[in-house]
Design a protein around this ligand. Sequence first.
Ligand code: BG6
Length: 459
Amino acid sequence: MSREADTLVLFGATGDLAYKDIFPALQALVKKGSLTVPVIGTGRGGRTLEYLKQRVKDSIAEHGHPEDTDATENLLGLLDYVDGDYADPDTFERLCRALGKAKAPLYYLAIPPDMFGTVVRSLDAAGCAGEHAQVVVEKPFGRDLESARALGETLHEVFDEHEIYRIDHYLGKESVQNLLYFRFANIFLEPIWNADYVRSVQITMAEDFGVETRGAFYDSVGAIRDVVQNHLLQVVAHVAMERPGHMTGDAVRDAKAKLLSQVQPLRPEQIVRGQYSGYREERGVNSRSNVETYAALRLDIDSARWRGVPFLIRTGKYLATTLTEVVVELKRGPGVPEYRLTCAPNYFRFRLGPRRVAIALGALSKKPGTEMVGENVELLVRDEARNHMSAYERLIGDAMRGDHTLFAREDTVAHSWSIVEPVLDLPDPVLPYERGSWGPKKAQDLADSVGGWLFPGCE
Ligand code: BG6
């Protein structure tokens, strides 16, 4: 654990991320009494504290809980604002003055990564990156292994690794944390959670919408950089890692790093890339773009537990529905004379979101009648749409308290880049797919060896 923060400084306070996710999370933290320290917003464009307050109110009206007026008022009371260009040392002099006697500021860089260097060096030069200062950064953590390393070096010029919090908001999701908990808290899983019993692991992250207003950004990254390298490989780590010594702190991050180091770098034949129809006409997108909005891939893990088990991942924009789901398919057992099944006989299904979360166990039951044949049934262990703490509320609260458990560590980020690096920016043309479909047909081939993708086909 690092030191608790005594001030939160939000760079990019007038930007989209602050508006959509950060202010509603701060309101929730204030409501629970978990945020009582000053919050200093910084931004460019000659704005004022009044402007920031109005923006916070608008953000809460749209994305937070406007009915919690006391929490909103209390949050507004904590706010201060420093306006100025991040390239101007004067901005940082004024920020240092605004910090007053704060000893442990937490700097949240909700700004483009190419500004990180300027900001952290300026904080240092102005003398406000003292012994207990810490920093929060948002993905993307680079665009390949080399740039991720360079980004790490830039941050390390001023901050030690234990003073850096890298947000991957998937790690803040209750359902993603529960993957770990469910695995290790239930003794019946461990004996079968390996290549002797598991036939495939399939992870789907589907979205039924496109790049919306983020065309220019998305066209510079694509699906692999946007969600596979970070969110989905973190999910793989949760499904596959060995039991950590403890459920908190570096024990969990060590176990994840080890697992990701065992995932083999992808080969081009292990991936299918697609692009939805009309993508090239989206605002901000290159009219000849070869960037993928869909990726399906097959990962191999070189460990005693997982050798030979395909980990299949698919994700895309403008697919048939919006859901994130993990299905762990078990091998077929002996002694069941005849399958006339619509789905694999046995599997675990973890629905991670967006609204409903579920854990289900796929099993066989005898079909009523004279024949001894089975049918698929699903035992629903848990199915709910409760309003959990948002991922941002969880992560900002943890960073304020100095708990690193749910943040991406530099080594895991590097391992993840090593896995996807060989298939970044492949020259072969992306395969077109219709909006509202399940992506290019060729993605089926990747799952052929295990009889195809399990869901939604057998739902
Ligand atoms: C973001 C990606 O990191 O995650 C988006 O940039 C994606 O493209 C989003 O839509 C999905 O997050 P969630 O929490 O809605 O599944």
